[in-house]
Design a protein around this ligand. Structure first.
Ligand code: VGL
Ligand code: ZN
Length: 198
């Protein structure tokens, strides 16, 4: 068994003061730093959208932030502008020990498709390349932490479990957005997919 730690989207825009702030998003940083020291393989993900991304409410005239729309690939939440490539908000939290990372994978760069998951874009078809990286390093088990529990952590964990990885989500090192019961729904989806919620 070889285990990798996947740290999802611990970026300024998802922390208090950021464009899409997750409550207490910054509080998980010290615990994640400690876990990185013990982990043989560490991967960081970074939400990384071009300006005018199709997941931004501002791209759809008249659309309200946090409203739903239909995309060719299914329903999509319309977010505030966040994690724009090269922006300050797209940077990792300043206290995250990014030097420990073996790989940083960026996602959400396709203007037409959002990408919550670290493995596939929201069409559930277009791969990010992370699966190939992990398999070619012989990794079978994944520990996931980060932001947000009910979106990017959830989608990444469910996809990884479907791909056959043994996945553990360390709940105390995640924080959620929790809109319209999304946190409870995510925990159910992860459990049904065989993800261990620790
Ligand atoms: C995320 C909403 C939009 C996340 C990313 O990291 O959970 N959520 N983009
Ligand atoms: Zn995003």
């Amino acid at each position: 068994m070889t285990e990798a730690l996947i740290v999802i989207d611990v970026q300024k825009d998802f922390c208090p003061g950021g464009a899409l702030a997750v409550a207490e998003g910054d509080q998980i940083v010290p615990g994640i730093n400690a876990l990185m020291v013990e982990s043989p393989v560490v991967v960081l993900t970074q939400d990384w959208h071009p300006a005018g991304h199709s997941s931004f409410a501002s791209t759809h005239p008249g659309a309200e932030v946090m409203s739903m729309t239909e995309m060719p690939y299914g329903p999509q939440v319309l977010w505030p502008d966040h994690c724009i490539q090269g922006s300050d908000g797209a940077k990792f939290h300043p206290d995250l020990t990014v030097d420990r990372a073996d790989l940083i994978i960026r996602k959400g760069f396709n203007p037409a498709i959002d990408s919550y998951s670290a493995f596939f874009e929201n069409d559930h078809v277009t791969p990010t390349g992370l699966e190939g990286y992990l398999r070619s390093r012989g990794i079978t088990d994944l520990v996931m932490v980060g932001l947000a529990t009910d979106f990017c952590v959830n989608y990444s964990a469910v996809d990884a479990a479907k791909l056959g990885f043994k996945v553990t989500v360390r709940r105390e090192l995640c924080r959620g957005i929790d809109m319209d019961g999304s946190l409870a729904a995510a925990e159910t989806a992860m459990a049904e997919a065989g993800v261990i919620l620790a």
